[in-house]
Design a protein around this ligand. Structure first.
Ligand code: SF4
Ligand code: SF4
Length: 70
């Protein structure tokens, strides 16, 4: 199963990844990081992530560091 790992301390809450994911698997969280930004979370209960890395390639802050293609 494909998945991503988000580094919440690097996330600047621009939400470009939210718009970019073709499967809409990245959600704005209620949680904040140390900078006070509302971070994003990977939510994929049905295991439909493509491992395409479009989210990681779009992130200007390199906060999506790891993409596992399953
Ligand atoms: S694109 Fe990167 S910095 Fe922007 S919300 Fe997504 S993970 Fe955070
Ligand atoms: S790897 Fe592709 S499908 Fe998976 S969360 Fe990122 S953009 Fe969405």
């Amino acid at each position: 199963m494909s998945r991503i790992v988000i580094d919440s301390e690097k996330c600047k809450a621009c939400y470009l990844c939210v718009k970019e994911c073709p499967k809409k698997l990245i959600k704005i969280s209620d949680k904040t990081n140390k900078l006070g930004d509302r971070i994003v979370e990977f939510v994929d209960p049905e295991g439909v992530c493509l491992g395409c890395a479009m989210c990681a390639n779009r992130c200007p802050d390199l906060a999506i560091r790891e993409v596992y293609k399953g």
